[in-house]
Ligand binder design. Structure first.
Ligand SMILES: NC(=O)c1ccc[n+]([C@@H]2O[C@H](COP(=O)([O-])OP(=O)(O)OC[C@H]3O[C@@H](n4cnc5c(N)ncnc54)[C@H](O)[C@@H]3O)[C@@H](O)[C@H]2O)c1
Ligand SMILES: O=C(O)C[C@H](O)C(=O)O
Length: 334
């Protein structure tokens, strides 16, 4: 005789029970990210949406014995709306990755419309969710999501995030390699944006402010262009997926820790920021304290060296154009 196995049902409205939706869940990032989210005990409902294979990835991940239910969705039968309804956090890794020789901005033409359309669905079905955008170019896709949410009257600047955590991971790792230290103990604040020269690691705020000039410059360059290393090594088969999944899971986990009211949840992220608004820069990455309503505090950059100030100024010149490009896209292609 078979005994009926009791299953607990969770609802995302219960305390410490959260629905997380991944849009682009069957991709290179989406699959390992979904796996890592299945291992997060705060996630009680995991919704995996993709144009293809959403149900397959969900069936696979669902066999892992953690306390979340997993459901997969495709575009048929209103799958996107169903995946989003009730979501507390939406993570978006949908879109095409780079090939060697491309910049992230070269992805704009394809990914801008993908992200715009997914943002419309978020506005219609999960207007209160925290949205974490991974799809590149992040410096432009985040403003695209903001414009769409504004046009639908549901924009909450405290709940929109560009995921820059991979730059933070790389900084810890690469710094530990030159300093001969434990990477798990290296915490680096990375500010600006997420592409090449817009990525600014603040090494002077670590214990390694006295690196010689050559080592320092090589380290900063490696952090700024770390994505290229992976793109070149994958030789046309895509960009960072596994390290990005870890970064995405860490950032989504931080959002959940904040929503759950935990203290001192701080991660850098590309957010609607007061720091350089007067200079026309609407979004900027810096350390952010996460709370029950999303962004609680946007931290200022702290003390910078002259070189770091120069790096930030250079980043701002590119960022302002990247951000405007996203805004203009939605205005021209609503
Ligand atoms: N923010 C970062 O640090 C960071 C790091 C790495 C990659 N990325 C970016 O993440 C994106 C995804 O990279 P990947 O390697 O996973 O690519 P991938 O091609 O392996 O996967 C993308 C997935 O998105 C899906 N997709 C496409 N359009 C969709 C739509 N309209 N709705 C739902 N799903 C859709 C595809 O079916 C595919 O499964 C790229 O734009 C890449 O540049 C960002
Ligand atoms: O480099 C890329 O295109 C992907 C991602 O933004 C990264 O930093 O690895």
């Amino acid at each position: 005789m078979f005994r009926r196995i009791a299953t607990r049902q969770f609802s995302s409205s219960a305390a410490n029970a959260y629905k997380v939706t991944v849009l682009g869940a069957a991709g290179g990032i989406g699959q390992p990210l979904s796996l890592l989210l299945k291992l997060n005990h705060k996630v009680t409902d995991l919704a995996l949406y993709d144009l293809r294979l959403g149900a397959g990835v969900a069936a696979d991940v669902s066999h892992i014995p953690t306390n979340s239910t997993v459901k997969g969705y495709g575009p048929e039968e209103d799958g996107l709306a169903k995946a989003l309804t009730g979501a507390d956090v939406v993570v978006i890794p949908a879109g095409v990755p780079r090939k060697p020789g491309m910049t992230r901005d070269d992805l704009f033409n394809t990914n801008a419309s993908i992200v715009r359309d997914l943002a419309k669905a978020v506005a219609d079905n999960a207007p209160n969710a925290a949205v974490a955008v991974i799809s590149n170019p992040v410096n432009s896709t985040v403003p695209i999501v903001a414009e769409v949410l504004k046009s639908k009257g549901v924009y909450n600047p405290k709940k929109l995030f560009g995921v820059t955590t991979l730059d933070v991971l790389r900084s810890s790792r690469f710094l530990s390699e030159v300093a001969g230290t434990d990477p798990t103990q290296e915490v680096v604040s990375v500010v600006g944006g997420h592409s090449g020269i817009t990525i600014v690691p603040l090494i002077s705020q670590t214990n390694h402010k006295n690196l010689d000039k050559e080592t320092y410059e090589a380290l900063v360059h490696r952090i700024q262009f770390g994505g290229d290393e992976v793109v070149q090594a994958k030789a046309g088969a895509g960009s960072a997926t596994l390290s990005m999944a870890q970064a995405g899971a860490r950032f989504a986990g931080a959002i959940l820790n904040g929503l759950a009211g935990e203290a001192d949840v701080v991660e850098p992220s590309f957010v609607d920021s007061p720091l350089f608004k007067k200079e026309g820069i609407e979004f900027f990455s810096s350390k952010v304290t996460l709370g029950t309503e999303g962004v609680k505090t946007v931290h200022d950059l702290g003390e910078l060296t002259n070189v770091e100030t120069e790096l930030v100024n250079t980043a701002k010149e590119t960022l302002v154009k990247n951000i405007q490009k996203g805004i203009d896209f939605v205005k021209a292609n609503p």
